[in-house]
Design a protein around this ligand. Structure first.
Ligand code: UT7
Length: 332
């Protein structure tokens, strides 16, 4: 049998309407637009304000747009993987809820938690079901309500995160296109620097954990920053080298959007121009599993068949990874 690749056959995104600006944050904590722009590079982020809605709200909206534009019916989906660190509930999986909201009833669906690398982990996992010939239509969605775990009294973390979702459809091709190579890694030693202290089985929710604000994101910014720059750059450089990708034949670099300075440092290590880098952190902040598909969605019109694209991420775990793909269709 001829080898087939999984390729991205469509991409869609969704962010909630409400926009939280730096000026508004400056009224909540001791910060300024100038500090946030210089140190992180974020101007505004979108926040879910709809009562009773969680990650599945943005996830289902993104997948609904994806199905509409790719003209694939809900019953034709074989598998849906939702990457998230902010599931609607501890269980059942948010992927099950998204599927139910959209009438996706012939698929199996599950969540994947790999911090900010959730999307690339899920993308590669989903691609294997296509390459093996088992399934035809696989949806990968990164969906987050980061605002549900952000401490809006902590100035060191509250400017960083936003809510949103991005989704892609994977199908098979026998052409030399689609997902060509991936390098995914993790090291649990990094978990001390970035985690949520309570709410899991080690420390279930109690009055004490709530009083101690342990259900919010705990982050030691500087070690995370250093690991992010070195690991994201290492895997990106490595995947370029082993696939003969040079700054000249690379069309786009799509980094996880955590901090403008991390993105710039990674691009420098890859010796690529900032014009080759998809950056929308200014408007969405760090939407964790959703940053990479939200970039692809916004740049889709500019993408051409055969474009060499590198995706790269770093996140809680620690987890990190890079994916090399050849874009499979003209975006226009
Ligand atoms: O996607 C998951 C992975 N996460 C990341 O990649 C995040 C990686 N880390 C970072 O992006 C950066 O470390 C932060 C944006 C979190 C922090 O930036 P930094 O340049 O590392 O600042 P810092 O933590 O070293 O703090 C420097 C100063 C401190 O004041 P002192 O101690 O020097 O007086 C902070 O208290 O900046 C202060 N500070 C602020 N000042 C104004 C921290 N947050 C703020 C703020 N406004 N929002």
């Amino acid at each position: 049998m001829k080898k087939c690749n999984a390729y991205i056959a469509g991409v869609a995104g969704y962010v909630p309407d409400y926009v939280l600006t730096n000026d508004e944050l400056s009224k909540m904590v001791d910060t300024t637009d100038e500090w946030i722009m210089t140190r992180i590079g974020i101007k505004e982020r979108h926040i879910i304000r709809e009562p009773g809605e969680g990650a599945s709200f943005v996830g289902a909206n993104a997948v609904a747009r994806l199905l509409e534009k790719t003209k694939v019916k809900p019953e034709e989906i074989d598998l849906l993987i939702c990457a998230t660190v902010t599931p609607d509930h501890q269980f059942p999986a948010t992927a099950n809820i998204i599927s139910d909201r959209l009438g996706i009833r012939n698929a199996f669906s599950f969540d994947m938690n790999a911090g900010c690398s959730g999307f690339v982990y899920a993308l590669i996992t989903g691609s294997k079901y296509i390459e093996s010939g088992l399934y035809k239509n696989v949806v990968i969605v990164g969906a987050e309500k980061m605002s549900s775990i952000v401490d809006y009294t902590d100035r060191a973390t509250c400017p960083i995160f936003g809510d949103g979702a991005g989704a892609v459809l994977l199908r098979k091709t026998e052409e030399d296109l689609g997902i060509i190579d991936a390098l995914l890694q993790s090291d649990g030693v990094g978990r001390v620097h970035l985690h949520q202290k309570a709410g899991g089985s080690v420390k279930p929710a109690s009055h004490e954990t709530v009083d101690a604000r342990e259900h919010f994101i705990y982050q030691e910014g500087q070690p995370v920053f250093k690991w992010a720059v070195s690991k994201m750059a290492d895997v990106s450089v490595e995947i370029m080298k082993r696939n003969n990708i040079t700054p000249e034949n690379l069309a786009w670099f799509v980094p996880h959007q955590a901090n403008m300075r991390i993105i710039e440092a990674t691009a420098n290590r890859m010796e690529i121009d900032k014009k080759q880098v998809m950056i929308n952190i200014q408007r969405y902040g760090n939407t964790t599993s959703a940053t990479i598909p939200l970039c692809l969605w916004e740049w889709e019109n500019q993408l051409k068949k055969g474009d060499n694209i590198i995706l790269a991420s770093f996140g809680a775990g620690f987890t990190w990874g890079a994916v090399y793909l050849k874009w499979a269709y003209d975006g226009k």
